[in-house]
Design a protein around this ligand. Structure first.
Ligand SMILES: Cc1ncc(COP(=O)(O)O)c(C=O)c1O
Length: 339
């Protein structure tokens, strides 16, 4: 294993030994290539640079106390990448290719998989780009699918502690019938300005409202929103929200815990009725929220009155993390062990 200060790792880029790549040319995917370069050499007219033909995924690999290496629900990432590719007219990498490249990049960088108990993991970043040239607005005829890997620490340094979030109404991350449901770069470009402003104003992230009516809760920055109301787990079913694999898993666990699941439109005013609220995604699993401030009206919604996450969020967080790290029985078969 590498000599790294695992406990101090940020959630950021970390150079490792290898990445894997595969080109789609003349209508077919080629051989898997291994590279130790951090750079890609692409045509200056590549469609990814001009017309945003790009999508990506984010997933984590854990080393358990039993020494086993686990990847969580990778098929869902593979399928979501296919949907993202189709959404911006790129060639979707087949699931088997995704799997082979994922296993290869994990094995090649095995020494960078953090030891258990540090809150750290090996983050995988699969991406597909239009690498072929076009000048007219058209899809490319060549694509590059690659996966790089790097060890990361927890998303929030504070760990599982509640954060403050700002509701924004003067920026939209995507159009009502646009690309919010797929993981394409443009959505993230559109979110950078409001997110940077929210940070400057003392918030961890933003809460977007729907861009058509400005009434309903949409995404919580680069994560899904959920709220707990008594024995009900509520999460938006908006068409502009990315179907989060974490949220999907939390819903299964919540049901297991006896909660009812409501996938529906969530009015901003309903924030006043929730006992617990949080953002969920691969990076942090759950970020409990202690305060939501509506930037426009100044209205505040507060939670976590004792300063800690609520009991339901805490149980969900510990259970999902426990499954991912091999500490709790994986009864749904979500983990793939990499031998
Ligand atoms: C916009 C957005 N929503 C939600 C999520 C959470 O999805 P997942 O749980 O699959 O990581 C992400 C992260 O991938 C995201 O970027």
């Amino acid at each position: 294993m590498e000599n790294i200060n695992w406990g101090e790792l940020p959630f950021g880029y970390f150079k490792t030994d290898y990445n894997v790549r595969c080109y789609f040319r003349n209508g077919v995917w080629g051989e898997i290539e291994t590279s130790s370069s951090e750079y890609i050499n692409i045509h200056m007219a590549a469609t990814t640079l001009h017309y945003g033909q790009e999508c990506f995924e984010g997933m984590k690999v854990f080393r358990g106390k039993d020494g086993k290496i686990r990847v969580f629900r990778w098929e869902e990432n593979a399928k979501r990448m296919q949907r993202s590719c189709e959404g911006v007219m790129m060639a979707p990498p087949p699931v088997d290719l995704f799997k082979a490249m994922m296993i290869k990049v994990i094995k090649l960088n095995e020494k960078f998989i953090p030891p258990p108990g540090m809150g750290a993991s090996l983050y995988l970043r699969p991406l597909t780009i239009g690498s072929g040239p076009q000048v007219g607005v058209k899809p490319a005829s060549e694509y590059l699918f690659m996966i790089f890997a790097g060890p990361v620490g927890p998303y929030f340094k504070e760990g599982f502690s509640p954060v403050d979030v700002q509701i924004v109404r003067d920026y939209d991350r995507c159009a009502p019938q646009g690309t919010g449901h797929i993981k394409v770069g443009g959505n993230y470009a559109a979110s950078l300005k409001p997110a940077a402003r929210a940070k400057q104003e003392g918030f961890s992230t933003v809460l977007f409202v729907d861009s058509k009516e400005n009434k309903y809760i949409d995404e919580a920055g680069p994560a899904n929103f959920f709220g707990i109301k008594g024995k009900i787990y509520v999460t938006p079913n908006s068409k502009t929200v990315l179907p989060s694999i974490t949220n999907m898993s939390l819903r299964t666990l919540a049901e297991d815990m006896g909660l009812k699941i409501e996938l529906r439109a969530v009015l901003v005013e309903e924030l006043a009725d929730f006992d617990e609220v949080g953002a969920c995604g691969t990076a942090a699993v759950i970020s409990p929220i202690k305060k939501i401030v509506d930037r426009e009206s100044g209205k505040e919604y507060t939670y976590c009155c004792n300063g800690n996450a609520g009991p339901v969020s805490t149980k969900l967080y510990n259970t999902l993390k426990g499954i991912q790290e091999g500490e709790i029985e994986d009864k749904y078969g979500w983990n793939t062990i990499i031998d």
